[in-house]
Design a protein around this ligand. Structure first.
Ligand code: ZN
Length: 312
């Protein structure tokens, strides 16, 4: 397993309200907030992480909630859909729950023999639930309202919308170890065999589509998962060898990151499993304390004064 890209690590999106974002993901979807920190490049903004109990890579959705920011526009050069897996027979539970909380949903979509239940978050970020053909054994976080049997398990895949898929497909196959599994119309499904969950990426070719605009309700980047920094550095070399620009290794406290923009315009990151979310608070307390990177710790009082209030 080591030395390979292990599917998705996390996806990062933008939200327009701290409290609405928190309530939707923890209460309606029943995910666990596994880290409450700040944007390391802008400490007046929160950075929220939602996932399963441990915040296992492949379950982590993160947000920069920019209070009051206007809506973005999903489109070409972006991740435009995130799919989460649930257990077989869970759709009724989720359809009822979405109705109860006035969540925007759509007609079920069939793709590659699988049925997808579409819904959007309060900012319009687009999701689907999927019951995958091959059952997902991961255990989701349990809340008083969303018991383990119905819980969201983690990512199934994400869809990237591109005006032309060829160059992005090459990055997936020639650098990241994915292969084309199937095609339906303008949707091309790529999979890696290195791991059995969060191992799928769909490329949607939309030659007439408009470029997306990043703001609330859109995805900012997607991160691929590697076991450790040595593997990450090997991928950094591979990306450079293909003539693409990539950042140096950046310490994100909970993982190490490198970033590059793939030729179709989507921002890609490669992030490590180490050190993980329990580096600065115990498993039982994940997400309950405001954690700051050490450069901002001396300014904690001011930062806490500036950050919007969050009721947890
Ligand atoms: Zn990231």
């Amino acid at each position: 397993m080591s030395g390979q890209i292990l599917g998705l690590h996390h996806i990062t999106a933008i939200a327009g309200s701290v409290q609405i974002n928190y309530d939707f993901y923890t209460r309606v979807l029943g995910l666990r907030m596994v880290k409450k920190t700040v944007n390391f490049d802008d400490p007046a903004t929160y950075h929220f992480y939602y996932g399963n109990k441990e915040g296992t890579p492949g379950t982590i959705l993160t947000f920069f909630p920019w209070e009051g920011v206007g809506p973005g526009k999903p489109g070409v050069g972006m991740a435009t859909e995130i799919s989460y897996t649930v257990n077989p027979d869970n759709y009724e539970f989720w359809e009822n729950r979405f109705r109860e909380f006035n969540v925007k949903t759509g007609e079920k979509i069939e793709r590659f023999g699988e049925l997808y239940l579409p819904f959007s978050d309060p900012d319009g970020l687009f999701f689907t639930l999927v019951i995958p053909a091959k059952p997902d054994e991961r255990k989701g976080w349990e809340t008083p309202e969303v018991k383990s049997d119905n819980a969201i398990k983690g990512f199934y895949n994400t869809t990237l919308t591109l005006s032309k898929i060829d160059e992005t497909a090459k990055v997936l196959t020639d650098i990241l170890g994915y292969h084309l599994q199937s095609q339906e119309g303008n949707r091309y499904r790529f999979v890696t065999d290195a791991i059995s969950t969060a191992c799928t990426i769909d490329l949607l070719e939309d030659p007439e589509g408009k470029r997306g605009r990043n703001s609330a309700g859109t995805n900012h980047h997607i991160a691929f998962r590697v076991a450790d920094e040595n593997t990450q550095m090997a991928y950094q070399e591979k990306v450079m060898a293909k003539g693409l620009q990539i950042t140096p290794k950046i310490n994100r406290d909970y993982f190490y990151s490198v970033y590059f923009r793939e030729p179709g315009g989507v921002l890609f990151e490669i992030a490590t499993d180490n050190p993980g979310f329990t580096i600065d608070e115990p498993l039982a307390e994940l997400g309950t304390n405001l954690k700051l990177p050490k450069q901002y710790e001396p300014s904690r009082k001011e930062i806490e004064g500036i950050l919007p209030k969050l009721k947890q």
